[in-house]
Design a protein around this ligand. Structure first.
Ligand SMILES: NC(=O)c1ccc[n+]([C@@H]2O[C@H](COP(=O)([O-])OP(=O)(O)OC[C@H]3O[C@@H](n4cnc5c(N)ncnc54)[C@H](OP(=O)(O)O)[C@@H]3O)[C@@H](O)[C@H]2O)c1
Length: 288
């Protein structure tokens, strides 16, 4: 079902793979995470998103390990800062200059890389985007530890980041059940030339409380029961329709999707490379 890189290289560049959630836990064997990463690179996917809070660094370690085993590649590795976990599902917030420096150092080590292509603030409150934080991030950029600064959020923190003029990547929910003011915010961000990376794109296609029949569904059920459910979208759509919508009407330049199932991964590649993506808007000129 899936098409290979050469069939639609631009389309597939708009799909990112999320090495997160179950990929940081024993629900998924590290070899399955690695196989999905190899599969993604083989299909032409070049964006991989992870973060130190996913499994207390385990997801970053898995991504770094898999990348080291691949021949030279031009992948964008996106990781985050500001949230970490102790391994017991306890989340720790720290956007202090010292905390940020320490977190970046840890991410570089776990990923086995000299530079982080995209460093995203992980869900800061608007008040946490301080001058001290921005100065620290600028210093890290100057030092060469990070290339592009971004934010992963879902509310006014996105506007706060936009107002600083220092953020190039905005990772946020993009799906057909978003409220008009969320869509308007995305349109304002997009109009500045920043890159919109859609998450929760499949929300309208997924049950709110899934039966725990796959590691991915088990993870989502646990998250929903813990009250950490991000999106609930009542409009039923197929996963393919969701991806086409996010990259078309939704205005996302790219979407990041996670899965624990190779057949789901291939279906997602197919969705972004199929002729129906003729409806897609163009990506930013930086799309690589
Ligand atoms: N949500 C957030 O709060 C957040 C915040 C920051 C960054 N991110 C990034 O965004 C990525 C995506 O996370 P998300 O929360 O937005 O979840 P999502 O990728 O929209 O959905 C993930 C779920 O969809 C299922 N799935 C994937 N492809 C499918 C298909 N073709 N058909 C049916 N089911 C499919 C997966 O289950 P199976 O394993 O069974 O396929 C998984 O449970 C993360 O990996 C992370 O990198 C998310």
């Amino acid at each position: 079902m899936a098409q290979r890189t050469s069939d639609n290289a631009i389309g597939v560049r708009r799909l990112g793979f999320g090495v997160s959630g179950p990929h940081g836990t024993p629900l998924v064997h590290p070899s399955l995470t690695a196989d999905l990463i190899y599969r993604a690179v083989d299909r032409g996917v070049r964006l991989f998103d992870t973060g130190p809070s996913y499994g207390a660094g385990e997801a970053e370690r898995r991504l770094g390990e898999a990348m080291r085993r691949l021949p030279r590649h031009d992948c964008i590795i996106s990781t985050k800062v500001g949230l970490s976990s102790s391994g017991l599902a306890r989340r720790i917030r720290d956007f202090s200059p010292e905390g940020v420096r320490k977190s970046v150092e840890g991410s570089l080590k776990r990923l086995g890389m000299k530079r982080i292509e995209w460093l995203l603030l992980h869900g800061p409150a608007p008040s946490e985007i301080t001058d001290d934080l921005l100065k620290t991030l600028t210093d890290l950029k100057r030092k060469g530890d990070i290339a592009v600064l971004g934010i992963a959020g879902r509310g006014p923190e996105l506007e706060a980041a936009l107002a600083t003029g220092q953020f190039g990547v905005f990772m946020a929910p993009v799906h057909a059940a978003l409220k008009p003011y969320d869509l308007a915010r995305l349109a304002r961000i997009r109009a500045t030339g920043a890159e919109i990376v859609g998450i929760e794109a499949l929300a309208p296609a997924l049950p709110r409380f899934p039966a725990p029949v796959t590691p991915g569904a088990t993870w989502r059920l646990a998250r929903a029961l813990a009250g950490r459910f991000g999106a609930h979208a009542p409009t039923p759509m197929t996963p393919e329709e969701c991806l086409v919508w996010a990259l078309g009407e939704g205005g996302a330049h790219r979407v990041v999707v996670t899965t624990t199932r190779p057949e789901h991964f291939d279906a997602n590649v197919y969705a972004v490379t199929t002729p129906s993506t003729g409806r897609l808007i163009g990506g930013p000129s930086s799309l690589s």
